[in-house]
Design a protein around this ligand. Structure first.
Ligand code: URA
Length: 247
């Protein structure tokens, strides 16, 4: 396994920051400082960062019902609250990180895990894991606007992949639209609606793959079950085998 990936898998920090630590000479493998990013580690190697010996923790994946107004990040340079501030320290110690991001004002289902490969497969568009959102938009979207969303719209230099518009429900002068996408571009749902002339007033993620938010109160969290993780359809048993092979 590549060294930066191993450091992230141990829950020490993200892959990107691990690369920076390697380049800064803060990482030792079997007592030797290795500053090359291409370094790999094998079972039995002892990796230390700033004198702390790393090890792969027990796998842990949770569902968190993110409230609006907090950021999806592990730390914030502007001293704002992050999703990490809403979780017990014991969970943070095992190195769980958010799987993808929800904008500050977006609420709902955020999966978090300490399994790097699971994080990668859920977020990478090539695995096509569905993400379902309920968007409250202004007015009543015209049929041709919804058809355009489903076919794919241009947001800056990216054309969005085909999406599903599952339901539209009137809500006073506004409309609730249930939209399913499998990409995760920045502010994607908001920008998709903007591209067809509507503004998102409120946005909640309600499902990732087969995993549903239902039943979890705002700010609440619970462990993902084995059935839920297997049901994602990304060979969870294989992911787990690879993760555990380094323990
Ligand atoms: N799309 C958005 O616009 N925001 C999110 O947080 C997630 C998807």
């Amino acid at each position: 396994m590549r060294l930066h990936k191993y450091i992230a898998a141990c829950g020490y920090t993200s892959r990107r920051r691990a690369e920076l630590l390697i380049q800064a000479g803060r990482v030792l493998v079997n007592g030797k400082s290795l500053m090359s990013l291409g370094t790999t580690v094998k079972q039995g190697d002892v990796v230390t960062v700033n004198d702390e010996v790393l090890s792969i923790p027990e796998p842990k994946t949770i569902l968190f019902n993110k409230p609006p107004g907090i950021i999806t990040s592990t730390h914030d340079t502007h001293e704002r609250l992050t999703v990490m501030d809403y979780l017990p320290p014991a969970l943070l110690k095992v190195g769980i990180l958010p799987i993808g991001r929800l904008d500050r004002e977006t609420e709902g289902l955020l999966l978090m895990t300490n399994i790097g490969e699971l994080n990668h497969r859920v977020t990478h568009p090539s695995y096509e894991i569905e993400k379902e959102y309920v968007a409250l938009v202004n007015g009543k979207p015209a049929k041709n606007a919804l058809d355009k969303l489903a076919a794919g719209v241009q947001i800056e230099n990216h054309k969005t992949a085909p999406a599903k518009v599952l339901q539209t429900v009137p809500d006073g002068n506004n409309t609730q639209v249930v939209l399913v996408i499998h990409e995760g571009k920045k502010r994607q749902v908001r920008r998709m609606f903007e591209a067809v002339g509507y503004k998102v007033l409120r946005l909640a993620r309600t499902r990732v793959g087969n995993i549903k938010l239902k039943g979890l109160e705002p700010c609440g969290w619970r462990d993902a079950s084995l059935d839920e993780l297997r049901g994602l359809g990304i060979d969870y048993d294989d992911i787990l085998k690879k993760h555990s092979s380094f323990k």
